[in-house]
Design a protein around this ligand. Structure first.
Ligand SMILES: CC(C)(COP(=O)(O)OP(=O)(O)OC[C@H]1O[C@@H](n2cnc3c(N)ncnc32)[C@H](O)[C@@H]1OP(=O)(O)O)[C@@H](O)C(=O)NCCC(=O)NCCS
Length: 176
């Protein structure tokens, strides 16, 4: 099935919320997402409205979705970090980079290139600002996600840390 990838619009907060609530109920959620279904489902509408407005505009964060016949089938979000900042794992940022988070493709659409197109959209967005790399953190046991990231040009940086979901490794894709 063909699909298109684009940035979310501010008025699409209900679709952003619904896709996220499906993602955090995925069987792999415990090794994929920092927040639980219970925590995400407790947010009021205003939370999703503000988040979606932030993800739809500006140069700090962007959320991309893959859409097939009107259905949202996958998503990635990119957070841009500048040197001197502290990232979402409370680490000092030494190099400008875009951090990919919230990666999800609906089960019926996996293995069909959706995640590659979403990651390409993230890379293009970050590259346009001149940032040299995309990075992401992935649970050591999330073999499927690691496989998809390797195919999309990410390499293991060797960094290991324990975050709220357990042991994770960092991967990086240089942008030129
Ligand atoms: C992670 C995710 C976005 C990847 O998208 P996808 O469409 O499933 O990915 P693909 O099937 O195209 O690619 C997975 C790769 O890993 C490989 N793979 C699949 N299962 C695997 C396993 N158990 N062990 C090792 N490799 C595996 C596949 O062969 C493929 O690699 P290849 O193309 O070189 O053969 C999707 O599976 C998903 O949404 N998962 C649940 C949420 C999640 O884990 N998000 C990531 C958080 S970091």
């Amino acid at each position: 099935m063909s699909f298109t990838v684009r940035r979310v619009r501010a008025d699409e907060w209900e679709k952003v919320r619904d896709l996220r609530l499906d993602a955090v109920r995925d069987p792999a959620a415990a090794i994929a997402f920092l927040h639980s279904y219970t925590a995400e489902a407790a947010h009021p509408d205003e939370f999703w409205q503000e988040r979606t407005a932030g993800n739809a505009a500006g140069d700090s964060v962007a959320q991309f979705v893959a859409e097939a016949e009107g259905e949202w089938i996958g998503t990635v979000t990119v957070l841009r970090w500048r040197p001197g900042a502290t990232d979402h794992h409370a680490r000092a940022v030494l190099e400008a980079r875009g951090d990919v988070v919230g990666v999800y493709v609906r089960p019926g659409h996996r293995g069909a290139g959706t995640v590659d197109a979403l990651l390409d959209a993230a890379a293009e967005w970050v590259r346009a600002f001149g940032d040299p790399a995309l990075t992401l953190d992935v649970h050591v046991d999330n073999a499927r996600a690691q496989g998809a990231y390797r195919r999309a040009g990410f390499v293991d940086t060797g960094l290991r840390f324990t975050g709220v979901i357990g042991p994770e490794l960092e991967m990086r894709r240089a942008l030129d």
